[in-house]
Design a protein around this ligand. Sequence first.
Ligand code: ATP
Ligand code: MG
Length: 377
Amino acid sequence: MKKILLLGSGELGKEFVISAKRLGCHVIACDSYEGAPAMQVADESCVFSMLDEQALRDAISKYQPDLIVPEIEAIRTEVLLDVEEQGFEVIPSARAANLTMNRDRIRDVAAGLDVRTAKFSYAESVEDLMAHAKSIGFPVVIKPVMSSSGKGQSVAKSESDIQASWDYACQGMRGDRKKVIVEEFINFEFEITLLTIRQRNGKTIFCEPIGHVQERGDYQYSWQPQQMNPESLKAAQEMAAKVTADLGGAGIFGVEFFVTKDEVIFSELSPRPHDTGMVTLISQNLSEFDLHARAILGLPIPSIECIEGASAVILATKEGRNPTYLGVEDALGDKGIDVRIFGKPTSRPHRRMAVALASGPDALARARAAAAKISVH
Ligand SMILES: Nc1ncnc2c1ncn2[C@@H]1O[C@H](COP(=O)(O)OP(=O)(O)OP(=O)(O)O)[C@@H](O)[C@H]1O
Ligand SMILES: [Mg+2]
């Protein structure tokens, strides 16, 4: 039985724990607060901040895990690099966790591999930002190099927006580096997540592309398969294979691309299950969490089958404790609908609390209709 130390215990972690436990693993779920979703289904739990170097070292040395599985970005990844040297195994690799924690590092890797990205530059002051924005050409997207879920991200349409974008980025920054990435605004037709699986004993394989729509930096709904022309899909798969090969290790990666009329552009990547990939809980024979578990355990993945499916998020609207969910009965009355309620102990405006899933024809419209029936109180 493999012992897994899960770093981050949100809704993605929870589904991963269920998949790993079905395959006989023992899981210790870690997060900075008690009662986090994955802790509710794991064998043991441990509460500490994953940005706290000593606490992270102590947890690894206490539990002596066979596999360390990061679920979030905000981890003191230097510790992972260090313990990997000592013989612990980090999924997919300590280098992957370290490089993807910062947008600039993973972007530099992609650019170094000649993967097409939006034109970009870095800025460490508002003057710098103005100069780079002018040379890229407005509108530009500005993002702190360390942040997630769209925090601190904005679009500057002209020179007069630059100061506000800089201030907003500084407020949304994690960590101690005052640094932003400024990039060309891509007027994409649609964007996709290409779930890419690196196997221990097999070739790199892909799920059908997942289409999604984002608001305030968080995904609102996703569907699979996203139709796209075979050449664009092939181009995306080649880029995903190239970048994930460079990062190494085994496991699933969520590789994000923008798709325009004539181009596929690499955006970013998560070396772990992706939130937009929750759709695979209903659209695939093996969900992204099952695939991650199989890949990291070295188990075979003979085939991934996909049917039409969609997911739509259910957000809280206010602060509260031990929330209740109204409308679940109504939502589940429709054929082909399922829900996952994450069991988060507290709510706050826009916090993702649950997801509605639909399979079959018109899955997207039906998932959204189901999500609209459910409210958090
Ligand atoms: N250069 C760009 N041009 C157009 N839209 C963009 C650009 N960069 C980001 N976006 C939009 O903003 C969304 C969030 O951006 P990105 O994925 O870089 O940030 P994030 O904070 O890491 O989000 P998450 O961690 O939730 O995936 C993208 O999915 C896309 O919709
Ligand atoms: Mg993203």
